[in-house]
Design a binder for this molecule. Structure first.
Ligand code: SF4
Length: 359
């Protein structure tokens, strides 16, 4: 059947290889595509595509780009997903339903004929098997109008295929986790600059998930807080206050940027060491001292010796914690509950080991 007018579609566009190829497969059939990118709050720092990059990729495959930001409604899915957490704290099925609901809304607004995604049958065991794909389609109310161009030939024909808006024979039958065929196809299309495929969602990370669960428990999973969850070692104090300590220079810098005016910021004065943030509604002297002692523990000062710090603008001197005194406060995945090992400073290395090392 020959379509009577130029058809239009909305495609979910993460900026990853699969979404780039799915978009190309549709635009090359003469369909006008709006590539919808959803900026989610749990992207891996440094791996989130910039607007410039997304726009370049979308135009390379002949689509126009639209970017939307997730709001608090998205966080509700993370707290209590209808379809459950797929891995760690990632509510993948709910997440896709959420993004597709927005795509459907946009499709209605711009009078698009259908919606498509870059999903591949069997690429992810739980949310990309045939049953889950059907479940997603039904949950979002897009039965028959949700096309997966990369795996279309393995799925029931959709309305755009049946009505000739899209030619099924020019779609693919990809399945499984291997990206070999996608990479070959990208090269055939002349696309070489694409992101390395892989997980770009912090919710899949067990330590991040532990911190996010702790935030949910303390009713603190709110949009400004999610960024802080991505950096540093996190400690939950008995009072409910939270201490976050940077693990390297880049994290220290980021923590300083993320510190709010009402946070207590601690930094060692005379030795190298981390930035620590104490975040709490009621800041007590006791909590400030705990934050300072944790901060001192991760400094380069010799173990057990007092460390001078600046804390909330005041100079203080505190004794660093011993690991056993604060390990229980650390918020992290169950199976790795030890605090990060910090090499003993030279002055603390037993003489025997020191002379051996010197040899
Ligand atoms: S991995 Fe993260 S971003 Fe991807 S579908 Fe799952 S929850 Fe959503």
């Amino acid at each position: 059947m020959i379509p009577s007018r130029k058809s239009k579609a909305v495609g979910l566009f993460s900026g990853g290889l699969d979404s780039i190829l799915a978009t190309k497969l549709i635009t090359e059939q003469g369909v006008t595509v709006v590539a919808l990118h959803y900026r989610l709050p749990f992207g891996v720092p440094g791996r989130e595509p910039t607007e410039e990059k997304l726009s370049k990729m979308a135009s390379l495959v002949g689509a126009s780009l639209m970017i939307l930001d997730a709001d608090d409604a998205y966080l509700q899915l993370v707290r209590s997903p209808q379809f459950g957490h797929v891995k760690q704290l990632a509510p993948c099925i709910d997440c896709l339903v959420f993004m597709l609901a927005k795509a459907k809304e946009l499709a209605r607004e711009i009078k698009a004929d259908f919606v498509f995604t870059g999903e591949v049958v069997g690429q992810r065991a739980v949310c990309q098997n045939k049953r889950a794909l059907k479940q997603i389609e039904k949950a979002v109310g897009l039965e028959g109008r949700l096309l997966r161009p990369l795996s279309a030939k393995l799925l029931e024909p959709t309305i755009p295929e049946l009505t000739g808006l899209v030619r099924r024979e020019r779609l693919l039958d990809l399945k499984g986790r291997s990206r070999r065929r996608q990479i070959r196809l990208a090269h055939e299309f002349g696309i070489f600059d694409y992101p390395i495929p892989g997980a770009g969602c912090m919710l899949l990370d067990k330590n991040f998930a532990a911190r996010a669960r702790d935030a949910v428990k303390h009713d603190q999973l709110a949009l400004p807080e999610t960024e802080l969850l991505k950096y540093g070692r996190h400690f939950r104090l008995e009072s409910g206050a939270k201490v976050v300590v940077g693990r390297n220079e880049a994290e220290n810098k980021r923590l300083e940027e993320l510190a709010r005016e009402d946070d207590v910021l601690c930094k060692p004065l005379e030795v190298m060491g981390p930035v620590a943030i104490l975040r709490s509604q009621k800041k007590t002297k006791k909590d400030t001292e705990i934050a300072a002692r944790i901060c001192a523990r991760y400094s380069d000062a010799p173990a057990g010796k007092p460390v001078k710090l600046t804390c909330a603008g005041k100079n203080v001197s505190v004794k660093p914690y011993k690991d056993e005194d604060f390990v229980a406060l650390r918020v992290q995945a169950q199976e790795s509950e030890n605090v990060d090992p910090v090499p003993a400073p030279a002055a603390e290395v037993p003489k025997k080991r020191r002379s051996k090392a010197a040899k």
